[in-house]
Design a protein around this ligand. Structure first.
Ligand code: F6P
Length: 364
């Protein structure tokens, strides 16, 4: 029997369970692979006692339709940054990668399938370089990994954000209000851009296109002048005003600090009021609702393909690769390439042109 260890690391993402289930089901067809899962990414393989569980058909039954991950996940710890408390109470980290690799090899693990975002895939690559067989599976709701056209979880997040826009429209129109919806995306505006087009927003602000608040104001004033009486802005949490384009008041800072995740919706609200916007504004931070609940069908299918492909790479001994979705095909790319660079929205792309073509302003 050969043993494969599955890990899920970084922020959770709808579709993780579908990947795990697909790995287990594909492995079961071979009769010579056993699947195990480490709890909370690699931390389960580093803790004493170890937290590594056997995964079988029974354990994964029906989980493809559930959000989160049955293996739990974390952004903390891991083989290269294990937290250690010092005598004076402060924390430092230590590299326990050699010890973990020795342990996994001594337990007979042939390969690890590491499901995670760019940070996790950097760890995959480092471990592979140190002699542990690793296969990567990309994951993020932000869809900002350069080595795959799509990541699972993204479509689900877009659907949730679009549903939020649809709901905000009815309350905004009833009150003649401007609604500002903040969505996830620290470095990339994919969720905001897709939700703005799908939901029919008037303004979309993303990290890739710094905005001028006066241009945003212009678009909103036109909208109210046209007699529509309400408006919707979708703003990505990483969106930033163009330098020198906003008047900052003390309340801007207070509004920003009050929000743990992002808070740019409140900042923008203050900026618009300072710039002279006269109508009622309400802000909403969608936050982790975008990562919760069941994955949409597209994400379940993509995640299942990733799981089957990852297990097939394991069966064929094709280690050191990450599964990927490129030009409608499920392929494998070297781990060395996997963690390189981010996939950002191209301001000159047809998608941005499309948004502009239906009257969405980016404040540029
Ligand atoms: O990278 C995925 C993501 O959901 C980002 O969009 C967001 O900024 C971040 O994770 C939130 O992280 P956390 O769950 O640790 O607050």
């Amino acid at each position: 029997m050969k043993k494969v260890l599955v890990t899920t690391g970084g922020g959770d993402c709808p579709g993780l369970n579908a990947v795990i289930r697909a790995i287990v089901k594909r492995a079961a067809q071979t009769n010579d692979w056993e699947v195990y899962g480490s709890i909370e990414a690699f931390n389960g393989a580093l803790r004493t006692p170890k937290e590594i569980i056997r995964l079988n058909d029974q354990k994964v039954a029906g989980i493809h339709a559930k959000g989160g991950t049955i293996l739990k996940t974390t952004n903390k710890g891991g083989p290269f940054n294990w937290p250690v408390k010092q005598e004076d109470g402060s924390w430092t980290t230590e590299d326990r990668s050699d010890e973990m690799i020795d342990y996994l090899k001594s337990e007979g693990f042939e390969v690890v399938i590491n499901i995670g975002g760019d940070g996790s895939q950097k760890i995959s690559h480092q471990l592979q370089e140190k002699g542990l067989n690793v296969i990567g599976v990309p994951k993020t709701i932000d869809n900002d990994l350069s080595s795959t056209d799509y990541t699972f979880g993204f479509q689900t997040a877009v659907d949730i954000a679009t549903d939020a826009v649809d709901k905000l429209v009815t309350t905004a129109s009833s009150h003649h209000r401007l609604m500002i919806l903040e969505v996830m995306g620290r470095g990339a505006g994919w969720i905001a851009l897709h939700a703005a087009i799908a939901g029919g927003a008037e303004v979309c602000l993303i990290p890739e296109i710094p905005y001028d608040v006066n241009k945003v104001l212009e678009r909103l004033n036109k909208r109210y002048k046209d007699g529509r009486g309400f408006a919707i802005i979708v703003i990505a949490e990483g969106a930033k005003p163009r330098e020198g384009s906003v008047v900052t008041r003390e309340s801007d800072e207070v509004g920003y600090r009050n929000q743990r995740l992002g808070g740019v919706a409140y900042q923008l609200s203050d900026q618009l009021k300072s710039a002279g916007f006269e109508h009622d504004i309400r802000e909403m931070v969608l936050g982790h609702l975008q990562r919760g609940g069941k994955p949409e069908a597209f994400d379940r299918i993509l995640a299942t393909q990733f799981g089957v492909k990852a297990m097939e790479l394991a069966i064929n001994g094709e280690y050191g690769k990450m599964v990927s979705f490129i030009d409608q095909e499920i392929v494998a790319v070297p781990l060395s390439e996997a963690a390189k660079g981010n996939n950002l929205v191209d301001p000159n792309s047809f998608l941005v042109q499309t948004a502009k073509g239906v009257g969405i302003s980016f404040g540029d």
